[in-house]
Design a protein. Sequence first.
Length: 284
Amino acid sequence: MSTLTEVASGYQTRHTLPLRVELVRQLKRRRTLVMGAVLGLLPFVLLIAFAIGGDPSSRDGRITLMNTATASGANFAAVNLFVSAGFLLVIPVALFCGDTVASEASWSSLRYLLAAPVPRARLLWSKLTVALGLSLAAMILLPVVALAVGTAAYGWGPLQIPTGGALDTGTAVQRLVVTVAYIFVSQLVTAGLAFWLSTKTDAPLGAVGGAVGLTIVGNVLDAVTALGHWRDFLPAHWQFAWADAVQPHPEWSGMIQGTAISITYALVLFALAFRGFARKDIVS
């Protein structure tokens, strides 16, 4: 009794589901366009808010980054990151990573992709790479638009530090790049949660909502001071460590610890996603 062991001539695993094909598919989706529009419009919303509310630097009380929002384009970009990092930037990461596999299952197209044949690991790598790429693009889009809008409205100048001092424009841009990179790394935990849940369910909303919900739970736990040093193991505890980078004398220890925590959690979650999907019965 013979066994069919031959494969189609010219078939190569690495050529299945090319990244450019997956990228084009995801870019054409409505949720990608809507999320890009939301992030692109946020700086204009804040600009209008500051125009209506007046100069925040003229108010009494504790000096924060918000008080320097209108000092320069660099300050305006930093404020946009500050108000978005805690929640808004979580949404595109959860959306792009949580919707990617589950949406195929909900459309009943996942089994046809695998029958193409696209190896399971190849499918996950393609989708994860594109999802992380779109997440990074979303995080770059916001400060770039904010910097352009802020510069047009408030001028190109140094980044004013709330505690005193300033960073020249060249240094400020470099620090903002570091800030965006750190925010992206800190969101890898959300990406891992969303991607893992996406391989476990056929409901995209469940994967996206579950990742966002667990991220919120992490933020709530970090606010519980009774946990003491246990909070150091929560990714949410280090999400604003990037603020140490926009100081005259930056402190990197918090960002290093936050990076280590985020990458560790993310690697575990990505590994669980690949391991579980490799053994999963695909019926959708």
